[in-house]
Each structure stands twice: as C-alpha cells, then as structure tokens.
Design a protein around this ligand. Structure first.
Ligand code: F6P
Ligand code: MN
Length: 345
C-alpha cells in the first residue's frame, strides 16, 4: 500500500528523507534526531531480547531522584539513550525520568552554530514492573527546542529555556516485535514502524495512524478506584454499564505499562485513565516524560488527552519531575469524561 507517508515496508531512513523533501526549508535535523532515537530503540530491544539470560534483570540497588528503586535495565536503558545522542551535534542536553539534573553532552555544545538546538526528555524504560515476567515494556521520548546560549546547568534554566511545543514526540514498544511510533506535529500525523531484526531496520508498518472516534477498551488500575475522585469513578461505572447501542460495557485491558496500554488505545480506540488519588492528587505519571509525549502522539492521530480540565499539551511545567493526572484516548470518550468532570467531582 502506498500513501503520502510512504509505502508499507519503506525503511525509516527513506521515509525521513522523502518526508523532508516535501518541506523546502527542512534542514535534515529531524531526520538526524529520529535516527539517533531509533538507534537507542534498537539497542534496548536487543538487550531486552536476551534479558532473562544475560543477568540484567532485577534491582540495581540504586534509587532515583524520585526515590524509586531502579532496575538494572532502567540504568542500562538510560545510558543507551545518552550514548545515542553523543557526537550527534544536535542535542547538548538530555533529561531522563531518573535524573535530577539534565545530563550534558559537552561535545554537542560547541560543534557549530547550528548545533545544540534540542533537548530530549526520555522515559528510558516504561513499565519496568513487567520486566521480570517477560511482559511488554517501552520507551517514551519528547524533543523540544532550546533557546538562549551556553550549557543548561540547572532545572530552573532547563524550564526557562525549553519550548512549550514538542518538535518530535513518540515511543518504542518492545513486545513480540519492536515498534517505533512518532509524530512531528499534528500536520505530519503519526507514523508507526516495526523493527525487522534480521536487517536491523525499522520498516513502515502503520502509515498515518488515526485513532477511532470512540473505542471498545478502557485501561486503568481499578485496584485504586476507591481513592479516585468522584467524576472518573462515575465515568468508569458508565463504561461498565450495559448499553449495547453504544457498545457498552467496554472491555478492560491493562498491562501495567503505560506506553503499551496507550499504544493499544491508539490503534484500537478507547480511553486510558490515570487519575490522582487521595494520597497522590496529581497522580503517578510524569508530565514531561510520559503524559506530554503520549498526548502529542494521540492528538496528532485525532484523539485527545487532558488532565481533567486542561489539554495536556498546553501545560507548561513548574518542575521538571511534575506529575499529572492523565485521561487519554478516543476523542468522544475523553470528551464524555471531560463533561463528567465539569459536572462535578
Ligand atoms: O511509569 C509508571 C508506570 O510504570 C506506567 O508505565 C504504568 O502505567 C503505571 O506506572 C502503573 O501504575 P500502577 O501500578 O498504579 O498500575
Ligand atoms: Mn514510565
């Protein structure tokens, strides 16, 4: 099948080259960034495919900036992402979910006037609790522009100098096959690639993904329902109530890896919910590393992502590790939830 985004089976590099040719002012930078990201995804996929044999499973003994206990693979994936941008000129600063300060790649700070324009936010290994059972996991990335000059040395400087808009956002899913899904903004839509491990290349498999307007699934950790705010609780009850004319009850699908659950919703439709709770009013998910990039992808595919009252892509953080409730998925399902929240609770 051929679409304006390429023919199914097209290599990532060719897709990027052909996409750029359509924009006369394109500089090739986005292609370079995605190639660097793709390398990280391939390396992590390779490590994961042998994880049960290579003694890389289990805790590393290290806790991160948010006091979460890191798995050995969290640390490894973190390093792989940093290495992927090294000497690539475009990215002098990478921030990951596990670091309090941005990591500097000094060789990219001064190479050329055009160098060092982007900062990348990464959740290197999302859904790490699935690792021990050989369940699917993923990585999430978000690229923003940097203003000003000189290295970024603090969190305050990071937040003062990054763009509100994400230039590129996307994720990898490491499942039976490895996939890369990305958007370079609403106009460019969402493209999905599947890794052919035999040749080590990502090939176009999901061209111009559109999320269904409403869907058959809802995804959330219902174990915590009793502590949720009232409106999302009422909404979930309505999703469970039989109403054949609207395809309800919906079916539950929840893997425990955000990126995997949102990927299912992107392709099949429905809604993912991560509300705040009594003890964690902002919820569990991080805005910059998880919610914002997934929101960019889902919205570019025609869906919607809110924190309850605001569009996730419009929120600018006050802190790097800021958390947010997340309701994301098919437009009509999320709009219904938004109305429920506006009605109270
Ligand atoms: O990164 C946080 C995360 O691991 C997500 O991937 C996942 O959706 C969520 O936590 C699972 O949280 P819970 O254990 O509350 O379902
Ligand atoms: Mn995560």
């Amino acid at each position: 099948m051929t679409t304006s985004y390429g023919t199914i089976g097209t290599r990532l590099h060719r897709h990027l080259f052909e996409t750029e040719r359509r924009y006369p002012h394109a500089t090739g930078e986005l292609s370079a960034l995605l190639s660097q990201l793709a390398l990280a995804g391939k390396r992590i996929a390779r490590v994961l495919s042998r994880a049960g044999l290579a003694e890389v499973l289990g805790p590393s003994g290290v806790t991160d900036v948010e006091k979460e206990r890191l798995q050995k693979l969290d640390t490894l994936a973190n390093e792989i992402f940093l290495e992927a941008f090294a000497y690539g000129q475009l990215v002098p600063t990478v921030v990951t979910e596990h670091m309090d300060l941005p990591a500097r790649l000094p060789e990219n700070e001064t190479v050329a006037a055009s160098a060092g324009k982007y900062v990348v936010f990464v959740d290197p290994l999302d859904g790490a609790s699935n690792l021990d059972i050989n369940g699917a996991v993923g990585s999430i990335f978000s690229v923003r522009r940097i203003g000003g000059s000189g290295p970024i040395l603090s969190e305050a400087e990071l937040l003062a100098r990054i763009s509100q808009q994400q230039v590129v956002a996307g994720y990898f899913v490491y499942g039976p096959a490895t996939m890369l899904v990305y958007t370079a903004g609403p106009k460019s839509g969402v493209q999905g690639f599947t890794l052919d491990p035999g040749i080590g290349e990502f090939l176009l498999s999901h061209s111009d993904v559109r999320i269904p307007r409403r869907g058959p699934y809802y995804a959330c950790n219902e174990g915590g329902l009793a502590a949720w705010p009232e409106a999302p609780r009422r909404f979930v009850e309505s999703l469970r109530a039989p109403d054949p004319s609207r395809g309800r009850p919906l079916a539950t699908r929840y893997s425990g890896a955000l990126v995997v659950d949102v990927h299912r919703i992107l392709l099949r439709g429905g809604v993912f919910l991560s509300p705040g709770a009594d003890v964690e009013p902002d919820g569990k998910l991080r805005l910059m590393y998880e919610a914002a990039p997934l929101a960019a992808v889902v919205e570019a595919a025609g869906g919607m992502a809110i924190d309850g009252t605001r569009r996730i892509v419009s929120i600018f953080p006050e802190e790097n590790q800021q958390r947010t409730p997340l309701y994301i998925g098919s437009r009509e399902d999320v709009e219904e939830l938004e109305r429920e929240i506006a009605a109270g609770g």
